[in-house]
Design a protein around this ligand. Structure first.
Ligand SMILES: [Zn+2]
Length: 91
């Protein structure tokens, strides 16, 4: 039993090394929509969308983009999806 516990300890130590403050690897990507407090992490249903798509719903000054992409939380994504439901050529 002692050996197993030791091996486990070793592993977690290694993981810590890779991502410094990762006692909780969730909720790290803030939503790109300004004023939105949610997170856009994939495991929370967040998405990354092209800025042109986001521009159909929000003004340029209302979101943050990174290299033409906007990280978006599930909630904002649903808003966008609803607002742009007539256009089908995007995911
Ligand atoms: Zn949001």
């Amino acid at each position: 039993m002692g050996f197993k516990a030791r091996a486990r300890k070793f592993k977690s130590k290694d993981e810590e090394k890779g991502t410094e403050e990762s006692s909780k690897p969730e909720n790290e990507v803030p939503c790109g929509i300004k004023g939105c407090e949610n997170f856009a992490d994939k495991h929370l249903g967040g998405r990354s969308l092209g800025r042109n798509k986001v521009l159909e719903v929000w003004n340029k000054s209302e979101f943050e983009e990174i290299k033409g992409r906007v990280r978006m939380c599930k909630k904002c994504y649903r808003i966008l999806k609803k607002e742009t439901k007539d256009s089908k050529e995007w995911v």
